[in-house]
Design a protein around this ligand. Structure first.
Ligand code: TXA
Ligand code: MG
Length: 344
């Protein structure tokens, strides 16, 4: 496994990416940074490359991959017609953390990219390394998050190598990613677009541009099967069980004390504003309540941190479900396997 850093040469751009682009063109798989999380990229037209992506991650075959493009030409190469609302969103949010589900053009992409669906998820990442790599490879790049299936998504090159060393051709290191949670997945094949996965572009921001949109009922109700295949799998879980606590800080501390009384080692995950309010074995700061983006940016690193601690149980505060808070809570609920204790 080789790791190249992004080292920008102002005149030459990113010369080291040429090697990574060659590997992609030869249907090898390479991890690269995007503005959300690291992706595990492969030629989206190649069955062989796509097979390697699923294999390295241990990803179920029914979970389709997002195709990353660097130009509108590439988008038009893989989709049929783009609805007006989708065009408006592309003008406003691309490049950026918004994946659009569109009708795919038959016979262009490897059929396993879309897991047999008639639609394709496409986005243009807002990261100079990602865009340059896609351009240099000359093909649309299929890329799921570059983690082992089920683990927290990677936001650093180290996270990627912790999971995938020995299973992939290389990693392009672009430093820590900025947004920290994955792209918003929006189904644009219906008259009123539907959020299938909350992410980097908030519902509020989307509605400010195209008016009211819907959310997949499965996001609020576990009994409903999600429209996005990937959303049904457990995900992001640390090794020790994680439980979300909703209520006052006094209530939270009572729960900590109950577990401690059972002889358990307890870690708490709390915003820095509340860091002095708890007594536990370990305390991990999640970021600032005054700036939920800071919680999102380090969320997956925070979840991975617990695996280095000798803990029996992790208790985490909940966050307001506005703006990026919606994506944060979606990931935390999954990481907790939907375990939540609510103050009466
Ligand atoms: O920010 C991101 O989106 C990152 C970076 C690397 O771009 N990628 C990412 O990919 O999160 P992945 O594979 O971990 O998540 C893709 C999600 C899954 O929930 C999948 O089911 C859904 O998008 N998806 C992909 N194609 C779809 C389609 N045609 N219809 C419905 N859902 C789709
Ligand atoms: Mg993923």
């Amino acid at each position: 496994l080789w790791i190249v850093d992004k080292s920008v040469d102002k005149k030459k751009g990113y010369p080291q990416l040429i090697e990574a682009a060659h590997l992609l063109a030869e249907n090898e798989v390479v991890a690269f940074p995007t503005e959300t999380v690291y992706g595990l990229g492969g030629n989206a037209k190649s069955d062989e490359a796509v097979r390697k992506i699923f294999g390295a991650k241990g990803r179920p075959n029914d979970n389709p991959l997002i195709v990353h493009v660097a130009s509108m030409e590439q988008l038009n190469e893989i989709t049929v017609e783009i609805p007006k609302l989708a065009k408006t969103l592309i003008n406003e949010f691309w490049p950026g953390p918004l994946t659009l589900i569109l009708e795919k053009k038959e016979g262009v992409l490897s059929t396993s990219v879309t897991a047999g669906l008639r639609t394709v998820g496409v986005r243009m990442p807002d990261h100079p390394v990602a865009l340059e790599l896609i351009r240099a490879s000359g093909v649309p790049i299929a890329a799921p998050s570059a983690n082992t299936s089920g683990k927290p998504s990677p936001t650093t090159a180290k996270h990627v190598s912790d999971d995938l060393n020995g299973k992939i051709a290389g990693i392009v290191d672009g430093g820590p990613t900025g947004v920290g949670v994955e792209s918003t997945v929006l189904d644009c094949t219906v008259s009123v677009p539907v959020i299938l996965r909350p992410g980097g572009v908030t519902k509020e921001a989307l509605e400010a541009v195209i008016g009211p949109i819907k959310e997949d009922a499965a996001l609020k109700n576990q009994a409903v099967t999600p429209k996005s295949p990937g959303m049904k799998y457990t995900h992001y879980a640390p090794n020790a069980p994680l439980i979300l606590i909703e209520g006052s800080r006094e209530f939270f501390q009572q729960i900590v004390d109950q577990y401690k009384a059972e002889g358990k080692k307890v870690a708490v995950m709390v915003p820095e504003e509340h860091a002095d309010d708890y007594q536990s074995d370990y305390l991990v700061r999640s970021g600032s309540l005054a700036n939920l983006q800071s919680v999102a940016a380090r969320l997956y690193d925070t979840l991975r941190t617990f695996n280095d601690l000798d803990v029996d149980i992790i208790l985490a505060e909940v966050y307001p479900e506005t703006g990026i808070g919606q994506a944060i809570m979606n990931r935390l609920h999954k990481a907790a396997g939907h375990q939540l204790i609510k103050e009466k």
